[in-house]
Design a binder for this molecule. Structure first.
Ligand code: THU
Length: 142
C-alpha cells in the first residue's frame, strides 16, 4: 500500500511538473510523478508537436526518463491534468497507451495510479483495475 503523505507529495510533484507542459495545440497541461523502487521520484509532462503525431503524454515522459536513467522498477505514479493555466479541476486518467507502457515495468496488482482531482482530492487505482487481463513481458517468456 502507499501512505497518504507519499500520495500528497506525489500529487504535488505532478502538479508542479504541469508547469513545464508544452501543450500549445490542446491547451491541456498534464504532469506526472513516478515513484521508483529506490524511492526516487521522476517527473514528466506532456509535450506536443506541430506535426501532432510526435507528441507524448506526461506519464510516458516520466517512464522514459526513468528507464533512460537505469530505473526499471516502480511503485506508483501520480497524474495531474487540466486546461493550461488552471488549477486541477478534473480527474485525468492515463490514456490506454500509457497504461500499456506502465504495464511493461510494473506488477499491475501492486502498482498504484493516483489520479489527482480538484482541491487535493484523488482517485487511487491499481494498474490492474485500469488495464485488466493485460498482455505483458511474461507472455513472451518461453
Ligand atoms: N495527455 C497526457 O499527457 N496524458 C494522458 O494520459 C492523457 C492525455 C496529454 C496528451 C495531449 O498533450 C493532451 O494531454 C491532450 O490530449
Amino acid at each position: 500500500m502507499i501512505d497518504d503523505k507519499m500520495i500528497g507529495s506525489l500529487i504535488e510533484s505532478a502538479d508542479k511538473a504541469r508547469e513545464n507542459s508544452y501543450a500549445p495545440y490542446s491547451g491541456y497541461a498534464v504532469g506526472a510523478a513516478l515513484l521508483c523502487d529506490d524511492d526516487s521520484v521522476i517527473t514528466g509532462c506532456n509535450m506536443e508537436n506541430a506535426a501532432f503525431g510526435p507528441g507524448i503524454c506526461a506519464e510516458r515522459c516520466a517512464v522514459y526518463k526513468a528507464v533512460s536513467e537505469g530505473k526499471r522498477h516502480f511503485k506508483a505514479i501520480a497524474v495531474a491534468g487540466s486546461p493550461v493555466g488552471e488549477p486541477i479541476s478534473q480527474y485525468a486518467s492515463p490514456c490506454g497507451v500509457c497504461r500499456q507502457v506502465l504495464r511493461e515495468f510494473t506488477d499491475p496488482v501492486n502498482f498504484y495510479v493516483i489520479i489527482a482531482g480538484p482541491e487535493g482530492t484523488y482517485k487511487l487505482k491499481t494498474l490492474e483495475e485500469l488495464l485488466p487481463e493485460s498482455f505483458g513481458p511474461e507472455n513472451l517468456e518461453s
